[in-house]
Unconditional design. Structure first.
Lengths: 483, 626
């Protein structure tokens, strides 16, 4: 029953905030999201102890064989942890701003969290699809109602582009679903895996492409990414965090949950090209990030580069690649939310995100400096930070897949350092500028976000085994579909 | 818990305390908290040294990463090599911490400085104590981080920040090579722990050993500032001088040599790579020495000298003279730390002046610094019986038997070294004072916390050579015997050198003659290097470091920046996004067109209905008929 609670609690709380618009919205939302986190962690521990499978199944559309089925295994466990862990921080980042009193805004964040949790927990492919699409609505409103300049065309493009991609997923899904055995077809993942495994090579290849386009747009992957920098830049800070911290992981999760076990043959056919495209995206994004002037846009391209590596790693189908991608999803979520928050703090104080106008912040703000450096180190994958574990595993998987592609992908560790250190130097080192001369260090509320996230960066680099061991059995199970 | 675990742990605790308590902690306390960990670690290392029974000891810490077949444990390995490195790092480290407590006492970032210094010691210890290539890599990148933080310690100045970034990025280029080496090791052996890998190699497995060795060496080129990745080290002098002494002379930059010695089993099987290492070392040694000839910034001279001396160490490795190279790592740690700290003392006294043309005649005002710097100069020039003579001579002796061309060029480099070191020494301390009156009033010998490390290091620079005194002059070759268990067989065998041979006399001539010339020019005639504007011809090319930085800028930085704008402004906006937008526009405009059909004309609707029915009928008929 915990499962259902984890899904419904943020939904109900979010809807309550949206409809009733209570006065103490911030405390309610923050408290609620913390309760959600605690329950989710309990649930995850319980799921680990339990020998059987933790699931919740009710008929949904019995005529069509569709079930309202939720479950937890080692793979989505990591993502449930990610979603429930980040949302309290994201809500926390609204404190001291007018958004903290905005019940509608917080309600949208919580409902979006619920939708994404639904997608992660779904055991039925159509249920997954339902939540995958449903999560678009709250984020659309977050951007459209609270975004910056040009928010209307940009949110529209984002919405239509991702919706367009999902249609391929829907078509592909229906195709496999109709082929499932039995009088009434089923969309249970296990059944779909089985069905897909007997499809012809041609079918596998086409279906792989159809599924992949949907997830590639969501992540986004080169060359389907052009909605992303604009959207990340124009969305309000918390919207950007939700998008980059959690939402893009629905794309990578979809690849692991559906494409990897369903279409190994399709991957064998097309995976090479997609891996190359992913690696191209890694370098392309990193190189563009080098000269960005706006910190948010710089981080958007950096995030795009990181996702490319995850995508390449997963499609090698090796345990290192899949585990590395899973671990990187968690690390990337933590790091990017922290970094976007630091940009938000800087913007709140100085009213700008332009690197050219910043500098010298470190002299007056010790905590912000330490936070930015630690989170950046995670992002450039320094050993003993969380970013290293994922990047090491991913690069190793790509390297084992093909040495040349692996070496090219490895250039990311150089380029990552180039753009990240440039950002650090231009934003906080050097002499104070007009807007940064009276920069005030992090407030208590801001510290409560940055310090725990920074600690997680280090802890994640020292004891990755907690997470890796958690997901390992599920990854092993998945591997049996890959032959 | 094994006491060996405490050795890296203590500096880490020091880092945490000073890092968390900064800036509230008073400076005196911060200095003490910062200095105790390396001292305690030194004591523990000594204890390890004296209690060592000759068998390598593994201390497991944790299972770090375990995925599928891949297993990377965290563990420490205590053996002959790591113990020696421990003694150097914690020993020299302690002295430099002590020195820093006075040198940095006026700096607002005092506590932060000690935190970084401790963090550096922690990572450096992990680097040498780790039991496998991945653990080595943790330390390897970690010291790179500390180097970055400390070079950019005064990050208000943009050029310092640039130097710090350059160091980190150039190191990362090397690190990529190292990482690829690690991946190859995993592919070949399924593990990255030293013992398992080396045993597998000894058992004859491993087909790709040459490639692995090459990739690992790329890492060493970055970390140990060899051609072509050396240009970061001279810039790294932007950091406070104790940092230059500890990180950019005595310890971190020798990590590459440590790595090759550690993996000697692997390198021994790749003679081509060893050959390559030797020539890279030689080229770097000559280039560094040549540039050092005409530099006028006291720290820059020492920096190029470090580049050059590291080249000697790699030359030794290229000739499989592992003991000799390690010997030089050790003596170099003594005399180069001494020289840097001496330079720091001078800079301190001269109110942050670094240009030797504006110094002169400091010997009477800074007597301790003067004498210790002189001893360091003699040691590095290779004049017997000082430390540098024995270690460098051992490398040269091996080169003599390995490759005569390399040997002769190395002798040339040695002569250059002797000249530029006496030049910088004489111009700084002899002649007339050329500074401002303000500086003259402030001239003072440094406090005891700074001179004591100078004195200790000077003593070590004088007698340090006796640790591996060759048998033919009555020594017992302690270091060679100590290290022999981890080195290829036969490494401990002494080289026979005849006193009256070219082999023996040439290095002596290379040490003495340039020194005498330098004394003639800068001592007796009191010549002063000319001002920047008057430098011309070949000298200008050398003074401007052969324009290597400019070339890199042109070859790498500019193209990447160009690509960045090109991708962003052209490919992203004008190609990919335009395509996306066009698809959207086509949909929109075609829907605009199609919409016009629904104009509300009943007649048209009926007509379309009839046509459609006709088509459907025709289609059905067709399928009936065939």
């Amino acid at each position: 029953m915990y499962l259902l609670f984890v899904l419904l609690f943020p939904l109900l709380l979010g809807s309550f905030l949206l409809i009733a618009k209570p006065a103490k919205a911030f405390s309610l939302a923050l408290g609620g999201s913390i309760v959600e986190l605690i329950v989710a962690v309990l649930l995850l521990c319980q799921a680990k102890e339990a020998t059987g499978v933790t699931e919740f199944i009710q008929p949904w559309i019995p005529e069509a064989g569709l079930k309202f089925a939720l479950f937890i295994d080692g793979i989505n466990g990591v993502l449930i942890l990610l979603s429930t862990l980040l949302v309290p921080f994201i809500i926390g980042t609204t404190s001291n701003s007018e958004k903290s009193a905005d019940a509608r805004y917080l309600g949208l964040i919580l409902t979006m969290q619920a939708a994404m949790l639904g997608a992660f927990m779904a055991k039925d492919a159509f249920l997954f699809y339902f939540f995958f699409e449903a999560s678009l609505l709250p984020i659309y409103f977050i951007i459209n109602l609270y975004g910056g300049e040009n928010r209307n065309p940009i949110s529209f493009k984002f919405f239509v582009y991702t919706l367009f991609g999902s249609l391929f997923l829907l078509i592909g899904l229906i195709y496999v679903y109709l082929r499932t055995p039995g009088e009434i077809p089923s969309a249970d993942f296990e059944t779909l895996y089985q069905t897909a495994s007997i499809l012809s090579i041609k079918e596998q290849s086409l279906l792989f492409l159809a599924f992949f386009v949907a997830f590639a747009i969501k992540m986004p992957m080169f060359p389907f990414h052009t909605w992303q920098p604009d959207t990340y830049t124009v969305a309000p800070a918390q919207g950007t965090m939700m998008l980059s911290g959690i939402m893009l992981k629905m794309g990578t999760y979809g690849v692991i949950r559906m494409i990897v076990p369903m279409f190994p043959v399709g991957i064998a056919n097309w995976g090479g090209i997609v891996i190359i495209l992913s690696v191209v995206g890694v370098l392309y994004g990193s190189i563009i990030a080098i000269q960005q002037k706006d910190m948010k846009r710089l981080l958007a391209y950096s995030s795009f580069a990181h996702v490319g590596l995850m995508s390449a790693g997963m499609l090698t189908l090796s345990p290192e690649g899949i585990q590395g991608a899973l671990y990187q999803m968690l690390s990337h979520g933590i790091n990017i939310v922290g970094l976007f928050f630091i940009v938000e703090v800087i913007e709140r104080r100085t009213k700008t995100r332009e690197l050219a106008q910043l500098g010298g912040i470190t002299q007056s703000s010790y905590f912000l400096t330490v936070g930015l450096i630690v989170l950046s180190l995670g992002s450039v994958a320094l050993p003993l930070t969380n970013g290293f574990v994922g990047e090491f595993l991913l690069l190793k998987s790509v390297f084992d897949y093909d040495i040349t592609i692996g070496i090219i992908a490895g250039i990311t560790i150089i380029l990552g350092a180039v753009y990240t250190l440039r950002m650090i130097q231009k934003s906080i080192f050097g002499n104070a500028s007009k807007v940064t001369s009276n920069f005030e260090d992090l407030t208590i509320c801001e510290k409560l976000v940055i310090i725990p996230l920074s600690i997680l960066v280090i802890v994640g680099g020292i004891v990755p085994s907690v997470i890796l061991n958690y997901s390992q059995p599920a990854v092993d199970l998945l591997s049996k579909w890959i032959k | 818990m094994s006491s060996a675990l405490l050795i890296p742990l203590l500096p880490f605790i020091g880092f945490l305390i000073n890092g968390l308590a900064f800036p509230k902690l008073p400076k005196q306390i911060a200095g003490v908290i910062g200095s105790i960990p390396p001292l305690a670690a030194f004591a523990l290392s000594l204890q390890l040294f004296f209690n060592f029974d000759g068998n390598a000891q593994l201390i497991p810490i944790a299972d770090w990463i375990q995925v599928g077949e891949l297993s990377i444990p965290l563990a420490l390995q205590i053996d002959q090599l790591s113990i020696m490195m421990l003694l150097i790092i914690t020993g020299v480290g302690t002295l430099i911490h002590l020195y820093s407590s006075a040198y940095m006492s006026h700096d607002a970032g005092f506590g932060k400085f000690f935190a970084f210094l401790n963090l550096f010691v922690f990572f450096m210890l992990i680097l040498v104590m780790g039991s496998g290539f991945v653990t080595l890599f943790i330390g390897w990148e970690g010291v790179g981080l500390c180097s970055y933080l400390l070079i950019g310690f005064w990050n208000q100045k943009n050029s310092y920040g640039d130097a710090a970034r350059k160091a980190f990025i150039m190191n990362r280029i090397g690190d990529l090579g190292f990482l690829i080496g690690i991946f190859l090791i995993f592919q070949e052996f399924g593990t990255a722990s030293y013992q398992e890998v080396f045993e597998a190699i000894k058992a004859g497995s491993g087909t790709n050993v040459g490639l692995i060795a090459f990739c690992l060496f790329i890492g060493a080129m970055g970390k140990s500032a060899q051609i072509p990745l050396f240009t970061w080290l001279p810039d790294a002098m932007a950091g406070p001088t104790p940092v230059s002494a500890l990180i950019h002379a005595a310890t971190m930059v020798t990590a590459g040599i440590y790595m090759v010695i550690r993996a000697n089993t692997l390198f021994e099987l790749s003679p081509e790579v060893l050959h390559f290492i030797g020539w890279i070392g030689l080229a770097t040694a000559i280039l560094g020495a040549a540039i050092g000839l005409f530099q006028n910034d006291i720290k820059k001279v020492l920096a190029y000298s470090t580049v050059s001396q590291l080249g000697y160490m790699f030359m030794g490795l290229g000739a499989s003279a592992y003991t000799a190279s390690f010997f030089h790592v050790m003596t170099h740690a003594f005399f180069k730390a001494l020289l840097f700290l001496g330079a720091g003392s001078v800079i301190h006294a001269m109110s942050d002046e670094q240009d030797i043309r504006k110094m002169g005649g400091l010997k009477s005002k800074l007597p301790i610094t003067y004498i210790t710097f002189l001893l360091g100069t003699i040691a590095i020039a290779g004049i017997p019986p000082f430390a540098g003579f024995f270690s460098k001579d051992e490398i040269l002796a091996h080169l003599y038997h390995h490759d005569m061309i390399m040997w002769s060029l190395a002798i040339v480099g040695s002569a250059l070294t002797s000249f530029y070191m006496f030049r910088v020494f004489l111009v700084t301390f002899h002649g007339d004072f050329r500074g401002t009156e303000h500086q003259a009033d402030h001239l003072h010998e440094s406090p005891i916390a700074m001179t004591l490390p100078l004195i200790i290091l000077a003593v070590l620079s004088v007698i340090g050579g006796f640790i591996n005194l060759p048998a033919f002059v009555g020594g017992n070759e302690f270091l060679a015997h100590w290290l022999s268990p981890i080195l290829p067989e036969g490494s401990a065998e002494a080289l026979e050198v005849h006193v009256a041979s070219l082999e023996f006399l040439a290095p002596l001539a290379a040490a003495f003659i340039p020194a005498i010339i330098a004394i003639q020019i800068y001592g007796s005639k009191k010549s002063v290097p000319v001002a920047d504007a008057e430098i011309s011809g070949v000298q200008k090319i050398i003074y401007d470091k052969f324009y290597i930085d400019e070339a890199y800028n042109f070859l790498f930085v500019k193209p990447v920046n160009f690509l960045s704008s090109f991708f962003y402004q052209f490919v992203d906006f004008l190609v990919i996004d335009l395509l996306v937008e066009t698809v959207g526009k086509i949909v929109k405009s075609s829907s605009n067109e199609i919409r016009k059909i629904q104009a509300g004309t009943i007649g048209f609707y009926v007509f379309m209905m009839v046509v459609s029915i006709a088509i459907i009928l025709a289609w059905t008929l067709k399928s009936w008929m065939f």
